[in-house]
Design a protein around this ligand. Sequence first.
Ligand SMILES: [Zn+2]
Length: 132
Amino acid sequence: MTFCDHCGLLLPVGADRCPRCGAPAPAPFAGAPETEVPAPGPRYRGVQPPAANTLTTGGYFLYLCLFGIPVVGFILALVFAFRRGGNRARKRLARAAVLYMLLLVGVLAVLYVIAGVAAFLAAQPLRAGPWI
Ligand SMILES: [Zn+2]
């Protein structure tokens, strides 16, 4: 970037004369590299994930509500979890929902068994031990 010594105009890169007054362009400083302004281009060159593989907050909310429906939600989660293709974020959410529901069913089954055994034992009449 150089300026005309005569009129002070900013000279275009590589010009040997001033376009306004015709004075010869000053020699560039010895050793001063000619700086190039980087060409404008895309600032973010990273690969953006395709929109088909993301879910918005509203999408997560919608699918969590759907998966929360007692029987239909479990079937929907199974379909979304194991169907080929489709939205990968939804697939991961559906798989997590299936695992969560299986865990919930397992824990509830254990609790029901414990409660059933306790109720059965509580219904038995008290008996005297053999030591009496
Ligand atoms: Zn000039």
